[in-house]
Design a protein around this ligand. Sequence first.
Ligand code: SR1
Ligand code: MG
Length: 399
Amino acid sequence: MSQYRTFTAADAVEYARQFGGVSDPSSLIDSEEVGDGNLNLVFKIFDRSGVSRVIIKQALPYVRCVGESWPLTLDRARIEAEVLRIHGHYCPDHTVKILHYDADLAVMVMEDLSHLAIWRGEQVKGLDYPQAATQLGEYLAQTLFHTSDFYQHPHQKKADVIRFTNPELCDITEELFFNEPYEVHERNGYPRELEPLIATLRDDDELRLKVAGLKHRFLSHAEALLHGDVHSGSIFVGEGTLKVIDAEFGYYGPIGFDVGSALGNLLINYCALPGLLPPREAADVREKRLNDVRALWQSFAEGFLALAAEKSRDRALAYSGYGAAFLRKVWCDTLGFCGTELIRRTVGMSQVADIKSIDDEAMKAGCVSQAVTLGRTLILAAEHVEDIEALIARIRQNG
Ligand code: SR1
Ligand code: MG
């Protein structure tokens, strides 16, 4: 049994030699810590030719971007490894492979995806991966259907709800998504001139009641084993390829949370594009982003409905028409959670490169304002947006 210690670059190489599953372990000689997320250490392990061969990820006992003043459970590494293994079982094409996991060290060894690029970075550059949104929709349909009550044996489902109870990571989401952006909070940040707009988030009773309803569903609706943090920074893309990583926020929650988070990040990019690219290029790429929004929802919804029709094991839930009725509720949740993602990523603590990369401050304020206004509209109007085309019309109306 190994005792927890924070890995050095040399520890990571040694560990990869033992557990990396490479045929020539002694050729692994070097590593680089490349973690740029908020929580963990991530090492790329290189061979003699300088080729990156495996990835070692280690959870730190605190939130990396804040420091030791914010302790955080190491058990998140177990949750991440187990969620990715289950998601990989149901959707092997679009889930990163976990090669090895060690609970004591809170370490996992993963397949190297260096030949791919993080989707957010590509979107910030205005690049388009036409199949990515469809593939992400497939990932969501497969993983969320197969871990839900439609498919799981009720005893297994209940055991998994316990196994994936993830209080500390959920607490982060509960605060960052549903509380802090709607309060005066030291972790919030936005352009000063937007104060009157941000004040409307705090002062609007109707909005606060909708956000309360969304938080309540996040707290209590154990519908499927969520990834829990599906944003474009947790997704690698390449030509015709998409792989989801980073599932430490996984837990049993409302399906619309994962779908809404994914859509929300596409829409943050949509709002940011005028600040990132010259006007004509931005307008072009915005159309592509709307195509992504459509493709993601259609691929998720069609995939989920087909699975519900063919593979539902629960006799009552298999009743003709129930899959579609359930999907209607997921649609409303999706729009609401999408709205909260737009707001929390632009007003709250975890802001994203799409906005942070905008150099012109006035332009940045305009893009944040658009994201916040769109987020607010989606939260308020979720039950009145009929379908994906109506959503796209609302997005266009927002500017
Ligand atoms: C303190 S963690 C902040 C954010 O980073 C993660 O990727 C999640 O999105 C979380 O909300
Ligand atoms: Mg992450």
